[in-house]
Design a protein around this ligand. Sequence first.
Ligand SMILES: CC(C)(COP(=O)(O)OP(=O)(O)OC[C@H]1O[C@@H](n2cnc3c(N)ncnc32)[C@H](O)[C@@H]1OP(=O)(O)O)[C@@H](O)C(=O)NCCC(=O)NCCS
Length: 196
Amino acid sequence: MNPGVTIRNETGADVDAITDVTIEAFKTLAISNHTEQFIVEALRAAKALAASLVAEVDGRVVGHVAFSPVTISDGTRGWYGLGPVSVLPEYQRQGIGTTLIRAGLARLRKLDARGCCLVGHPGYYRRFGFENVPGLAVEGVPQEVFFALPFDGHPPQGIVAFHDGFTAAGHSDRAALAPDDTRTADAHGDSSTTRS
Ligand SMILES: CC(C)(COP(=O)(O)OP(=O)(O)OC[C@H]1O[C@@H](n2cnc3c(N)ncnc32)[C@H](O)[C@@H]1OP(=O)(O)O)[C@@H](O)C(=O)NCCC(=O)NCCS
């Protein structure tokens, strides 16, 4: 891990910085709808952030990753979706995203999660052990960009639905969205089909 980077849980004081980091990270990404900051806010408001970690450099939040529960049509529980994950452009390609994701996956394992999945770029997530799993999919999402990592080596089969927060597309009152200390998302919440 980069010795200048601290990974820690988000606090109420980080909310605006996380929004800004998310906006900046996705600003120039062609495949983005530029709604990722709203997704993070919606997940927080729904208390669906099973883990929300920030990367800090010299006291500044420069990266963030969110994890939230998903549902799977075969009834498998304990799975989480990774995303959005963001690193400020000027801090990208320095290992910060990798450090954040590894820390988040370790956190999920401590929560006794059974696995993690995401929709993302095929070139990035295999390094963490994510793979395309035949028979496990998200409706409307090409199989080659849906990745799963079963912590016990046994992937479920079925249709994965991300949390409703992933449909968020509008701005909310920042002040009303500060996290509290009772962030305990489980894997049984309402969900919808969308992408991380
Ligand atoms: C994706 C992101 C979080 C990675 O963070 P990071 O700190 O730059 O990543 P790291 O430095 O740990 O890893 C860099 C590696 O990831 C690769 N990489 C980074 N972003 C990538 C992307 N979008 N697609 C493919 N590879 C990517 C780099 O090529 C580099 O590969 P290498 O190690 O083989 O050279 C960051 O680039 C980002 O915020 N991007 C914009 C938002 C985004 O795309 N989020 C993910 C949506 S699926």
